[in-house]
Design a protein around this ligand. Structure first.
Ligand SMILES: CC(C)(COP(=O)(O)OP(=O)(O)OC[C@H]1O[C@@H](n2cnc3c(N)ncnc32)[C@H](O)[C@@H]1OP(=O)(O)O)[C@@H](O)C(=O)NCCC(=O)NCCS
Length: 229
């Protein structure tokens, strides 16, 4: 797989960043491509270049590892998501206070970008989506542990101005690829299960199967799992 894809590389621009990265960009395949991280989750030999099968070319979306510098952009996306939800009558999922103004909100996002594995979806160089992977669910959530290694989606959000482009789906495909690359077979996520269950349906459309239903206080949640091995 790696060799096969590497052979297709006709020209490559290799970019390094402090966080993780080895990003490869090529004009072949009509735009965007693959990028490869060496964070705590990646188990690949450090000097190898890998081509992943993340297909994010349709709208020219590029996914790269994130860092603390991305925290303000992630907070903007979260704030706009709260406003978007509220505009649809959903005041329960994330409340009505902009995320950046919630007690501990900024610190939590900073922790996501420093202690977990953050990924940023970019469109024309602008951050339009964010994914955070961890090695398990939030300890604050009543979600049953599993008896095997897993990767867990701790955050998924896209800039609401770019809804409908499949940014969230592309980030979930990337999460699956990163999980597989780490030699881990299980990817889990949890989400709000209220309203008409639209969010649960979104994850089901992206290959996840509902597992445990839970209540965090009176907040209804649904855990979902996807096998990626
Ligand atoms: C979930 C999300 C990342 C998906 O992004 P995307 O791939 O760009 O897809 P879209 O934004 O077009 O949403 C896909 C569908 O899910 C629905 N959806 C997304 N978030 C939803 C939410 N919080 N509540 C209800 N429905 C939601 C959208 O309305 C859309 O439905 P449609 O296909 O019938 O139009 C993005 O919608 C988002 O940021 N939502 C708000 C934050 C959120 O709920 N994140 C998930 C936390 S677990």
């Amino acid at each position: 797989m790696v060799e096969h894809l590497a052979a297709r590389v006709t020209s490559a621009l290799i970019l390094y960043s402090t966080n993780v990265v080895l990003s490869i960009v090529t004009p072949e395949a009509g735009g965007t491509w693959s990028r490869y991280g060496r964070d705590g989750f990646a188990r690949d030999p450090p000097d190898s270049a890998y081509a992943s099968a993340v297909n994010v070319t349709t709208h020219g979306i590029r996914i790269r590892p994130g860092s603390l510098a991305d925290a303000p952009a992630i907070l903007d996306m979260l704030d706009s998501a709260v406003a978007w939800m509220n505009g649809r009558g959903n005041t329960e999922q994330w409340g009505t206070t902009p995320y950046s103004q919630k007690p501990g909100g900024v610190a939590r996002v900073e922790r996501y970008t420093t202690e977990n594995a953050p990924y940023i979806a970019e469109l024309d160089g602008k951050p339009v989506g964010a994914l955070v992977l961890d090695s398990g669910p939030s300890p604050q959530m009543p979600i049953a542990p599993v008896e095997e290694p897993e990767r867990y989606v701790r955050l998924l959000v896209s800039d609401r101005r770019y809804a409908g482009l499949g940014i969230g789906a592309a980030l979930l495909a990337h999460a699956a690829e990163e999980t597989r690359r780490a030699g881990v077979e299980l990817l889990r996520v949890d989400c709000w299960a209220g309203g008409g269950g639209e969010l649960v349906a979104f994850y089901e459309r992206n290959g996840f199967n509902p597992t445990d239903r839970f209540l965090s206080g009176d907040w209804p949640g649904q855990a979902l799992a996807r096998r990626v091995g």
